[in-house]
Ligand binder design. Structure first.
Ligand code: DC
Length: 221
């Protein structure tokens, strides 16, 4: 099943718990974009160099290790779990994610991940481009205030100081870029279940989606 939505809509938390509840694998496609951006930025390949980017993407190994305490992300064996979560890396991921060479390779890796069986994938284009035939497609949303509040709480929990208006601006800029780019923009897939998670406990959203997946599996529709 696949979940898309803007930053702070609850995709990662819901996806992580839903995968546990269903016994599925959790695929955080945003973590892949962040990891690729981290590596490409460090390599200094110009964003206009499509061939260079393709070669770098094909040579890059990204591992997502689903551990009981959370997701561990490795790029070419280097642990980048903490580093890729900064607001700066989020912005870089958004910028690199608009490039064809980056999207082509990551879409390929995502479709092949764990044989694409029993996967909860989440991101911006998992319901529209990566897994358009997913058994269940979901679009999660929340008010801009709630999304900024969640993102701020996440950043503060990591011990990084940042102010509320900056976080809100960063989310707005990134959502605009992600939803208006030419390639695989964030959009509601036709037939996707829409849930506004503002004020909803995570457990309620997870339970509702788990029931929906179980219902679809039992009816085979
Ligand atoms: O979900 P996230 O905030 O970790 O994603 C970081 C960026 O990666 C996001 O701003 C856009 C890009 N991304 C994407 O283009 N397609 C996806 N399926 C997931 C993320």
């Amino acid at each position: 099943m696949a979940i898309d939505g803007p930053a702070g809509s609850g995709k990662s938390t819901v996806g992580w718990w839903l995968a546990r509840r269903l016994g599925y694998h959790y695929l955080d496609t945003g973590a892949m974009y962040r990891a690729a951006a981290w590596k490409l930025h460090r390599s200094g390949i110009p964003t206009a160099d499509g061939t260079g980017l393709s070669e770098a993407m094909n040579a890059m190994e990204i591992d997502l290790c689903d551990e009981p305490t959370g997701l561990r992300v490795l790029v070419d064996g280097e642990d980048v779990t903490a580093e890729i979560r900064s607001p700066r890396m989020a912005m870089l991921a958004s910028q690199y994610s608009a490039l064809p060479a980056v999207r082509a390779r990551l879409t390929q890796l995502q479709r092949a991940w764990k044989g694409a069986e029993g996967v909860v994938a989440e991101g911006r284009d998992t319901t529209t481009v990566v897994f358009p035939d997913a058994e269940l497609k979901v679009f999660l949303d929340a008010t801009p205030e709630e999304r900024a509040r969640r993102r701020l709480a996440e950043i503060e929990a990591r011990g990084t100081g940042v102010d509320g208006p900056t976080v809100r601006q960063e989310i707005e800029d990134r959502d605009r870029a992600d939803a208006t780019r030419a390639l695989a923009p964030l959009a509601r897939a036709s037939g996707a279940l829409y849930i506004d998670t503002t004020g909803l406990p995570v457990e309620d959203v997870v339970e509702r989606l788990a029931k929906e997946v179980e219902r679809l599996c039992s009816t085979g529709s």
